[in-house]
Design a protein around this ligand. Structure first.
Ligand code: C5P
Length: 231
């Protein structure tokens, strides 16, 4: 059954899903790889559509898969599908350009974080609503982190107490994200990085282990296990 999005919601979610997923090994574009029999993108969009504040969802798909992705997602939720770009940042910009009038909050969420709970979508949106221009979900770093040179020689140990691993969805006041993308010069791996370059403060909220990024075969196996055990 197609989930109805909330016409009174104040949140649009952009889903860059146009990456090749080389680190998962050869095969289909990453967002279309199967997890428990369904593409990662289907899992991701289903959870976004369950978040009560979500008014609209725009997916940036691989250029050759735009029509197929539209058909795939139609039974899940009403989504707009646009062709993605060569870099993640270009895919986000393409999706941002397709957001309808209305929502004042824009979230950017990687399709690869397919098991992200709707509650995390809501907590990021709530922090933007509460007055933060830019919000990122984060987890503490558990490993010791070393800085190394090109020869793998250790240069030093970084104080992990001051480090955070950053997830998505990242949330923004719509005008702030639009300004950040308009001003973007270099391609960055996250949207908060663009906003930081504008000098806008970025606020952290607690992330979720379930928002893990499915990048390598091990991540896929872990995600299968989480789904199978209902966690
Ligand atoms: O490559 P990486 O794992 O950082 O990609 C993060 C997200 O960005 C993925 O969901 C991927 O599909 C998306 N992406 C995109 N367009 C690209 C490259 C990556 O939408 N050109």
């Amino acid at each position: 059954m197609t989930a109805q999005l909330n016409p009174c919601g104040d949140v649009a979610v952009l889903v860059p899903a146009a990456g090749a997923g080389v680190r998962l090994g050869p095969g289909r574009p990453k967002a279309l790889r199967l997890l428990a029999g369904e593409p990662l993108l289907v899992h991701a969009v289903r959870r976004l559509a369950e978040a009560p504040s979500v008014h609209s969802i725009v997916v940036a798909a691989p250029v050759a898969e735009v029509a197929a992705v539209g058909e795939l997602l139609a039974p899940i939720a009403p989504v707009t599908v646009v062709p993605g770009g060569a870099e993640r940042q270009a895919s986000v910009a393409a999706a941002l350009a397709a957001v309808p009038a209305g929502p004042g909050i824009v979230l950017v969420h990687d399709a690869a974080r397919a098991l992200t709970p709707p509650a995390l979508v809501e907590s990021v949106a709530a922090a933007v609503r509460a007055g933060h221009d830019a919000v990122i979900p984060v987890l503490p770093v558990v490993d010791t982190i070393k800085e190394v040179d090109a020869d793998e020689k250790v240069l030093g140990t970084v104080d992990r107490a001051a480090l955070r691993a950053v997830q998505t969805p990242q949330g923004f006041r719509r005008a702030v994200l639009a300004a950040a993308h308009a001003a973007a010069a270099d391609a960055l791996t996250d949207d908060a990085g663009l906003v930081e370059k504008l000098g806008v403060p970025v606020h952290c909220v607690p992330g979720s282990e379930h928002a893990l990024k499915i990048t390598r075969p091990f991540d896929l196996a872990l995600a299968e296990h989480l789904l199978a055990t209902g966690r």
